[in-house]
Design a binder for this molecule. Structure first.
Ligand code: TXA
Ligand code: MG
Length: 338
């Protein structure tokens, strides 16, 4: 299939492009668009055939439910049985923005969106281009990250093109996404809300708004209990070469591996990179502000190609604040620790 490519400025979008993309979505096609977290691959959530195209294009397992994107709270209310007080508080504080709220579904979306669950994850993105498209199309849009399943999520349109060109109807380039990691997924169907996936909104910020919040115990590595979000059990974000997380002594580990004949690539913050001058380094943000690491992480994971490196080493971070989401993704992407 021929994929349409549009470039849209965040300041002044081209109305014709918005109309063209919305028309393709209404016709049941899959279109990639920017959100403030990562690029999404959207399709009409009420159209089972359209939703099937998302699963096919990505090679996504059919038991992994999709997040439904809407333009506002009114549209959200149409899709769910009831919006509990706590969900209102979260919406008030963080929406539009990088949070996905799981609620009891009214069954308005196609059955393959929820993969057989009676709940639905809903999000109102804040990216001006993504939000404008949702307003234009005026339909609930199912949208997972716009990557081939298992690969790092796309934070630039060129990542989407690399993975999905020729497999989907269109790609809307709105520039780099900004936050760089996916939304926080929080289950509000229980009395105490549970974070199923750490993300753009930190657990600490959520706690400040609603008091008590749990983190799904199934997320801890080595835990026997399965994660509650079906998608969290899959391998994810895998770079082309095996990735190892490094606790300390990056130089020592890199030297040892090089001496053993490995071609080493290193993902490091600018602070650590200063000590690695003769090495093959991809800089990924600053330790002074971990949101900059989140922003550049997936691009860094995609940077090293099989042809250039045989092993990738990456600096590790404390699991607080946005560090929790960064380490969740890195531990999924990594073969192990050294
Ligand atoms: O930032 C984001 O959330 C991006 C952008 C495009 O909005 N989307 C995204 O979607 O990351 P995806 O499909 O890559 O991840 C959705 C996650 C999966 O882990 C899935 O299992 C979980 O949310 N999920 C979706 N609906 C669920 C439900 N009803 N119950 C439990 N988990 C659910
Ligand atoms: Mg994904």
């Amino acid at each position: 299939m021929e994929t349409k490519h549009w470039t849209v400025s965040q300041q002044s979008f081209d109305t014709n492009v918005m109309e063209e993309a919305a028309a393709l979505l209404r016709k049941g096609e899959a279109v990639a668009f920017p959100t403030e977290t990562v690029y999404g691959l959207g399709a009409d959530a009420t159209n089972q055939q359209a939703v099937r195209k998302i699963f096919e294009a990505k090679g996504r397992p059919s038991d992994n439910p999709l997040i439904v994107h809407v333009a506002d709270k009114e549209q959200l209310k149409d899709l769910v049985d009831d919006v509990p007080e706590v969900a209102y508080k979260l919406l008030e504080a963080f929406s539009p923005g990088p949070i996905t709220i799981i609620l009891k579904s009214k069954g308005r979306v196609a059955p393959n969106v929820s993969a057989g669950l009676d709940s639905i994850g809903i999000r109102i993105p804040s990216h001006p281009v993504g939000l404008r498209l949702l307003q234009e199309v005026a339909l609930p849009i199912a949208a997972p990250s716009a990557n081939i399943s298992g690969r790092p999520s796309p934070t630039k349109a060129e990542h989407v093109t690399h993975d999905l060109d020729g497999r989907i109807a269109g790609i809307m380039d709105g520039g780099p996404t900004g936050i760089g990691l996916e939304s926080t997924v929080i289950d509000c169907t229980e009395a105490v809300p549970v974070i199923l996936r750490p993300g753009g909104v930190t657990a600490e910020a959520i706690q400040d708004v609603i008091g008590t919040v749990m983190v799904d115990p199934g997320l801890a590595k080595g835990e026997k209990e399965k994660p509650k979000a079906p998608g969290m059990k899959y391998t994810h974000y895998a770079p082309e070469a095996p990735l190892y997380l490094v606790e300390e002594n990056m130089v020592l580990h890199a030297n040892k591996l090089s001496e053993a004949g490995e071609k080493v690539g290193i993902i490091a913050t600018e602070e650590l990179a200063q000590t690695l001058q003769d090495k093959h380094v991809q800089v990924c943000g600053s330790r002074q502000d971990l949101s900059t690491v989140a922003e550049h992480l997936y691009d860094a994971l995609r940077h090293f190609k099989k042809s250039d490196v045989s092993v990738i080493l990456c600096e590790s971070f404390e699991k607080t604040g946005v560090g929790a989401a960064i380490m969740n993704r890195l531990e999924k992407a990594a073969t192990g620790w050294i």
